[in-house]
Structures are given as structure tokens and as C-alpha cells.
Design a protein around this ligand. Structure first.
Ligand SMILES: Cc1ncc(COP(=O)(O)O)c(C=O)c1O
Length: 480
């Protein structure tokens, strides 16, 4: 593993973390004290009146009142007004240290001026979309290839979800097989075939409302880090047509919430080679955030196909794509096409000049500034500080990080498993609500997190920002 040019200074001791998480799950939930919650909720009532009003209005016209999966909705969603660097301001003028970072794409910090200026210039010149071909499509693909040698060819799409759909379609077209194996708990977007074993391993179709069984008929899941189970599935599938692809989040399901062991990806690669399945790395989160070579560069493992999203456009719209070897990628050839067999992908706005200019300049800036390493250092500092606070307060919580992805497990709801369905049924909702309360308490102390349990750092997180955040976290965790 190459830590020098990557944001992950050392791979966490997976077994030790999983053990601590197991211990945390064994204990009863430890939420914010009941007598402390009224003050937390009072913050929203007294300081967030504008958001509250807008949220009530939204509830009448938007299902659930909120459209973004990562938006907080407890006690009500906050409406953002301004973002810059490490900070976000809501419409009531409250400032937050922003560890949501739009769910991951803004590794350079929010609303990074050098990229914004390039986007403005392009908008002035040709507007966001032409329907034709644009120079920046080539520049972006070449830049990706320069940093990720496994990507000989790249196809831009509309989102990570679309990238995953394309990768699976390509794998099936290339191998002539149907089965796709994912890791339980991993998120690969919301296409029919991937709403399977989401969040909690072993849950299969639990969230597949509105999805016919046929759509997931060739999707399978394995428990995280269980290579024997993966091998058994590959063996079984060999008797019934074979596996087209194994798809992984290379840090582990849910952006490394369940971290993989250091050697996991290499061993999955070996199994794929043995059984002739393609290996798909879903680098929607890790692409450029872990380092310019992505998780594949960090682990030094070659996937056959790589899915991109998020950092691909530095936070600008329509971040998605798929890349891989020329031999496989040529099955996607667009236009009149150069092959007779063609895996169909499309999108009126995909590969538009705006997304491509933003992507090119964002990635170029990430390389120039060494953003992944800077953000990774901030993640290390944040995680070390959180562990100090947890130790000082004698809490059972667990903090760990993979560079700029910091996990703070207080309720460990995402670590629950169908291996213990009774506990899951009994405690999942309580633990989920506890996480919501934790997220709300963080907000009331000026910290924006991802669902109260994940923190993305960016290049804008200086030592001062992190230290300020830590003193706020100490106040929050003292409420437990
Ligand atoms: C690992 C992973 N894959 C795919 C996706 C889907 O990407 P998008 O939200 O752009 O469709 C996500 C989104 O969070 C993700 O984290």
C-alpha cells in the first residue's frame, strides 16, 4: 500500500475496530441524556426559524419534505444558503463546520474558487450543454487515464448510480454471464438491481419496494470480509452460467463503515481471476478522495472496471462515469459505433461541457494541491482528537478513519446484521433515532455531519478548523 501520495496514512487495524464495534453493539444504546435534549431541540426552534418555515412548505410539495438522502430531517431539514471552504451557512445565518461536504465530492473544500471561475468562463462561452462533442470531454478522460493507469478508456455519465448500471451491463456483455455479487451493506446507487443487501448485510430485498423480483434475480450478496462465502457463490454460479462481476466498495461497505481487511481487495481480485468474473471497483467515494490513483492505486489492485462519481466533478452536477480497459470499454462505443455488439448507455445531458470542465479543473487542482493528502491529515487529526475525547469521557463509542473519511460510531446502527435478526428488529429504530439525535446535537453546536456518524474532511480543514470542531465535539459528547 502506498501511503506517501495517498490520503490514508495507515490502514486501520480492521480486526481491532470490528471488535470494538461488536462491543459497542453489545451495550445498550447510549444516547444524548434525556435532560440535555430539550436544549438541543430548542436550538432549532429559536435559531432556525427560516429553515423550519421552508421545511413546512416543502412538506406540502415534496414527498417527505426533503429530496437529498443525506439531508438531515430531524427535527427538520436545514436549508443551506452559502458554502465556502470548510463552512456552510444556513438561511438563518448560522455557520457550521461542514463535514458533510455534500456527501463527499468537495475534496477541495466547498465552492472552490479556481474551479468555479473555469465553470463561469465556460458558461459564458457555450452554456452548460451543446449536445455535440466538447474538447473538455477528451481532456477529462486523458487526465483520469494519466492518474489511473487501469483506465484506458472512460465514459462520462450522469451519476454514480448510472456508472454502476453501465459497469454491470458492460460486465454482462463482455462475459456473456448474468450473476453479479456485491458485498452486503454496500451502497452502489439506486438502480433496480442494486437495491439489494443495502446498509445492513443479509437484508437482500428488504428495501426493494417497487422493484420486481426479476430485477434482482441475478444479484447476490456476501457478508463483508467473508472470502469463503464469496468463493462458494462463485463456485455455485459456475454451475449455472457463471458470474459476470463482483462489485466492491474498496474501503468496505458504506464508504468503509465496515472496513475491509488490508488484503481483502487483492484476494477478491484473485478469486475473480480464478472464476473469470470481472472485478468492479465502485470508486464513487474513493476516486480522488483517497488519492489521485484512487483506492486501486492505494491498494495496488487492478479492477477491470471502475465506477466514478462525486469527486469526479469536484461537486458540480452530473458526476458519474465508468472506465476500464479498452477491450471491455469498446463495448460501449457510442454514436454509429465500432462494434456490432453494443451495451447501450445514454443520457441527454451526460458528458456535458459543464460537468467536464468542472471535472477536468477539479481533478487538476486536486493533483496540484495534493488535496487528498491534506484532507487525509485533517481526517487523522480529527479522528485522533475524537478518540481522545471518547477516552476522556469514558464512552463506548468508536472513531476510526480512512484518511479524509472519518467514522464516529455512537449507535453503531449501520453495523447491525441479519446474523442477529432479533436484535436488529428490536433495536434498529432506537439506534437510528439515537444517531439522528447525535446529528442534531452536532448541528446545535455548529457541526454538520453525514447522518451523525460520518465526517468528510477536505483540503480546507486547517488545524484551526479541526481543533475548533474538536472542542465542539467535546461539548456534544459531554451531553451523553
Ligand atoms: C459507493 C457509492 N456508489 C454509488 C453511489 C451512487 O452515486 P450517485 O448518488 O451519484 O448516484 C454512491 C452515492 O453515495 C456511493 O457512495
Amino acid at each position: 500500500m502506498n501511503s506517501q501520495i495517498y490520503g490514508i496514512s495507515s490502514w486501520p487495524d480492521t480486526d481491532a475496530i470490528l471488535d470494538k464495534l461488536k462491543q459497542l453493539l453489545k451495550q445498550p444504546p447510549r444516547p444524548i441524556r434525556r435532560d440535555a435534549m430539550p436544549a438541543v431541540l430548542d436550538y432549532f426552534e429559536t435559531r432556525c426559524a427560516g429553515s423550519k418555515k421552508l421545511a413546512a412548505q416543502a412538506a406540502g410539495v415534496i414527498p417527505g419534505g426533503v429530496q437529498h438522502n443525506l439531508a438531515f430531517n430531524y427535527p427538520f431539514p436545514l436549508a443551506a444558503e452559502r458554502c465556502e471552504g470548510a463552512y456552510m451557512w444556513d438561511i438563518d445565518g448560522n455557520r457550521y463546520i461542514d463535514f458533510l461536504q455534500a456527501g463527499g465530492p468537495t475534496l477541495l473544500g466547498s465552492n472552490y474558487a479556481p474551479v468555479r471561475e473555469k465553470v463561469h468562463a465556460l458558461l459564458d462561452e457555450c452554456g452548460p450543454v451543446t449536445g455535440l462533442f466538447h474538447e473538455y470531454e477528451v481532456k477529462l478522460a486523458e487526465l483520469i487515464r494519466q492518474h489511473m493507469p487501469n483506465i484506458e478508456m472512460f465514459r462520462m455519465l450522469g451519476s454514480g448510480t448510472e456508472g454502476v448500471m453501465a459497469a454491470i451491463r458492460l460486465a454482462r456483455a463482455y462475459t456473456g454471464r448474468k450473476w453479479v455479487i456485491k458485498v452486503g451493506g454496500a451502497y452502489h446507487g439506486w438502480s433496480d438491481q442494486m437495491v439489494y443487501g443495502m446498509r445492513i448485510p443479509g437484508t437482500g430485498r428488504r428495501e426493494a419496494t417497487g422493484i420486481p423480483t426479476g430485477a434482482t434475480a441475478y444479484t447476490q450478496e456476501c457478508f463483508p470480509n467473508d472470502l469463503d462465502a464469496l468463493k462458494r457463490k462463485l463456485l455455485l454460479n459456475r454451475l449455472r452460467g457463471g458470474t459476470a462481476a463482483v462489485i466492491v466498495e474498496p474501503l468496505g461497505p458504506e464508504s468503509g463503515t465496515r472496513p475491509v481487511t488490508a488484503d481483502y481487495n487483492r484476494q477478491v481480485r484473485e478469486l475473480c481471476d480464478k472464476f473469470g468474473a470481472l472485478l468492479i471497483f465502485d470508486e464513487v467515494v474513493t476516486g480522488f478522495r483517497v488519492g489521485m490513483g484512487g483506492a486501486q492505486g492505494y491498494f495496488n489492485v487492478r479492477p477491470d472496471l471502475t465506477v466514478f462519481g462525486k469527486c469526479l466533478t469536484g461537486g458540480y452536477l452530473m458526476a458519474g462515469g465508468v472506465g476500464g480497459s479498452k477491450e471491455v470499454m469498446m463495448l460501449l462505443a457510442g454514436g454509429i459505433g465500432t462494434t456490432s455488439r453494443r451495451a447501450f448507455v445514454g443520457g441527454t445531458l451526460s458528458a456535458n461541457p459543464l460537468s467536464c470542465v468542472a471535472g477536468y479543473h477539479a481533478i487538476a487542482e486536486m493533483a496540484r494541491t495534493n488535496a487528498a493528502v491534506l484532507a487525509g491529515r485533517a481526517g487523522d487529526r480529527l479522528c485522533q482528537g475524537l478518540n481522545r475525547i471518547i477516552g476522556k469521557l469514558g464512552l463506548p463509542y468508536v472513531a476510526y478513519n480512512q484518511g479524509s473519511i472519518v467514522h464516529l460510531q455512537t449507535s453503531a446502527v449501520l453495523l447491525m446484521s441479519m446474523k442477529n435478526p432479533l436484535k436488529l428488529m428490536k433495536e434498529a429504530n432506537v439506534r437510528k433515532h439515537m444517531m439522528e439525535e447525535m446529528g442534531a446535537a452536532c448541528l446545535a453546536h455548529g457541526i454538520l455531519t453525514l447522518a451523525g456518524s460520518r465526517l468528510y474532511t477536505s483540503m480546507a480543514d486547517t488545524d484551526e478548523v479541526i481543533d475548533d470542531a474538536l472542542s465542539r465535539f467535546e461539548q456534544v459528547l459531554s451531553l451523553v
